[in-house]
Write a protein that binds this ligand. Structure first.
Ligand SMILES: Nc1nc2c(ncn2[C@@H]2O[C@H](COP(=O)(O)OP(=O)(O)OP(=O)(O)O)[C@@H](O)[C@H]2O)c(=O)[nH]1
Length: 587
């Protein structure tokens, strides 16, 4: 109580921060002291949830980029996985749009002339909606804050901005251009002029519930998203069946609606002070009974906190005065301050209720949705992570097996290479032995070769030199062809066998799928093996001096020593396979 009294006194005194907005009739100065308003619960929650959805939006977009990046990797993310995550981008956008527009909505109902429009005007601190005796409000009028600092009207479904003065024509039952009772007119009022509007409260005025049979249609169109309902009753009479019927219908369509009951026109009680308490108790009991027992929307104790006895007319007058606006009836009845405090108390409790209700009903659903989206996207990313991890494990295992295989093969290759080198060494020794033996035998029959040489011998120096060179060629050719004939096929056969064995052993260590490719590299030599023996008689006989008297001799013993000497001649084993060729197969 103390809080609202202080606040009310402060507002009546006109202190606290003020804002200025421009209306048709000039600049307006308004009290905006609502920093501790319960509406801030909704305002802060809205900012918080909007910020969270900005983060969810970024998270989803990052996830989409990531999914696109990995979609090329086989077995990690399918195009369907990418599309599933991508679908959340538009869902998050849609929620963000709804969140931006989310507001707290309060709908005012009651019989004609009970003072619904006057209550709204008092809450807005200005005479915005038409009011007067008789049936005044002809259609639904929704007052909401305008983002631009201007006041204007818009009929539902139209983009045309109408002058704010035309609300009297459009919404007034007595004007010729009035709309259908179910129509909606948006009244945009500068947020800066009213704390309620600035904090995203939307107020809906309605025609009297006693002037229409279309209550169901009203409820479906204007009540389903309302956070709070205010029944504006007439304290001069009592709750009427039409009013009760309307809220019975509301409570069948909406679970546990938040309903406040304002017993308006309580200023009338000033003229009958002797019955004031009894009437108040009677009205209060009936209202508590209606909310708690008939509608079952709250407990009797909670109901007591939802029932107020006010004078909207006085509250509006007080606030118009405070803003130095001209007022028609300056005289206020006795007890007007107490009634004003109760009006302020109603505003406070209404703000708490609408703020908490809107946060719960509107943001709780969005929070769940946001959590689910984040969880779904995280699950998709986890699936990608798990697939990638499985793939990595498989590849690492494959790499380990390959390394093992490679090490084993390199070991075998080293063994084979060593064995082959030993074999080659043994073969070289064997061939040298064979060549040496064959050469000895051939040299022993060298005289026969020399005897076959039948060129004309002349002792002159020049002719003698020519004779010697020709004889050398003859001996070289004869000896070479004899060695080749006797050694080639024997050694060649041995070489072929050795090459074949080497190739087969190489094949045996290769993995089966590599053998095809290796066949082109490990091929046993196809060229026939031949023994080449380079016999240079000119060198061999360089220190030979002919005895012309005895013709000449080749000095057989010397020749044999020369042939077998370590710096003399070498057997050439043509085309042996090399270690480099063998190793190339593996690299
Ligand atoms: N004495 C007194 N008169 C009031 C009070 N509240 C509103 N009125 C007057 O009652 C008449 C009807 O007020 P409205 O605000 O137009 O009532 P309403 O419920 O909006 O009426 P409809 O728009 O026709 O449904 C106006 O002349 C107001 O000045 C109040 O608390 N005390």
């Amino acid at each position: 109580m103390a809080a609202y009294v202080n606040r009310s006194m402060s507002m009546m005194a006109g202190d606290g921060p003020h804002n200025v907005a421009i209306l048709n009739n000039g600049p307006v100065r308004v009290n905006m002291a609502n920093v501790d308003s319960p509406l801030q619960i909704f305002v802060r929650a809205k900012k918080k949830i909007n910020d969270i959805f900005v983060e969810i939006d970024d998270y989803v977009k990052d996830a989409v980029s990531f999914m696109h990046a990995v979609s090329g990797e086989k077995g990690i993310a399918t195009p369907q996985d990418v599309a599933n995550v991508e679908a959340y981008v538009s869902k998050v956008q849609a929620i963000r749009e709804v969140l931006k527009r989310d507001h707290m909505k309060v709908a005012f109902f009651g019989r004609t002339s009970n003072g619904k429009s006057t209550v709204i005007n008092a809450m807005l601190h200005d005479k915005i909606l038409p009011s007067g005796i008789g049936h005044t409000t002809n259609c639904f009028l929704q007052v909401e804050g305008s983002d631009t600092n201007e006041a204007f009207l818009r009929t539902d479904g139209s983009e045309e901005k109408l002058n704010v003065q035309s609300v009297s024509q459009l919404g007034h039952a007595l004007c010729a251009s009035r709309l259908q009772e179910c129509s909606l007119v948006h009244v945009y009022w500068p947020r800066e002029l009213c704390a309620l509007l600035r904090d995203d409260v939307v107020l809906v005025d309605s025609p009297g519930v006693d002037v229409t049979p279309n209550l169901d249609e009203w409820i479906d169109q204007y009540c389903l998203d309302a956070d709070v309902f205010v029944l504006v009753a007439n304290a001069e009479s009592t709750l009427m069946v039409t009013e009760k019927n309307f809220f019975h219908k509301v409570s069948t369509k909406i679970s546990q609606p938040n309903i406040f009951i304002l017993n308006n026109r309580w200023d009338a009680s000033a003229s009958e002070p002797e019955y004031l308490d009894q009437v108040r108790t009677q009205h209060a009991n009936r209202c508590v009974d209606f909310l708690s027992r008939e509608l079952r929307v709250c407990s009797p104790k909670e109901a007591e906190e939802r029932i107020f006895f006010i004078s909207a007319k006085e509250a509006l007058l007080t606030r118009m005065r405070e803003r130095e606006k001209p007022v028609s009836s300056p005289i206020l009845a006795d007890g007007h301050q107490v009634r004003y405090f109760e009006f302020v108390d109603f505003e406070r409790k209404f703000e708490e209720c609408i703020s908490q209700s809107a946060v719960r009903t509107k943001f709780a659903q969005h929070s769940r949705r946001g959590k689910n989206i984040a969880a779904d996207v995280m699950a998709a990313l986890e699936q990608v992570y798990n697939s990638a991890t499985d793939r990595k494990t498989t590849m690492v295992e494959k790499q380990r097996l390959l390394h093992e295989q490679l090490s084993a093969i390199e070991e075998q290759l080293t063994t084979i290479t060593r064995q082959m080198k030993d074999k080659i060494n043994r073969m070289v020794e064997s061939v040298e032995h064979k060549v040496s033996l064959t050469l000895s035998q051939e040299i022993r029959r060298l005289s026969a070769l020399v005897d076959e040489y039948d060129a004309l011998f002349r002792p002159e120096r020049a002719a003698l030199e020519q004779y010697k060179r020709a004889l050398h060629r003859h001996v070289e050719a004869g000896l070479g062809s004899r060695l080749k004939k006797r050694l080639s096929s024997d050694i060649g056969h041995e070489m072929d066998e050795a090459q074949k064995e080497m190739a087969e052993r190489m094949y045996s260590i290769l993995p089966s799928h590599k053998r095809g490719a290796a066949a082109a590299v490990i091929v046993p030599h196809q060229q026939p093996f031949e023994v080449l023996y380079r016999l240079n008689c000119d060198n061999l006989c360089a220190d030979f001096h002919e005895d012309l008297s005895f013709r000449f001799s080749y000095g057989i013993t010397a020749l044999i020593q020369r042939f077998q000497g370590k710096h003399a001649n070498r057997i050439a084993l043509k085309n042996p396979p090399t270690y480099a060729q063998v190793r190339h197969l593996w690299l």
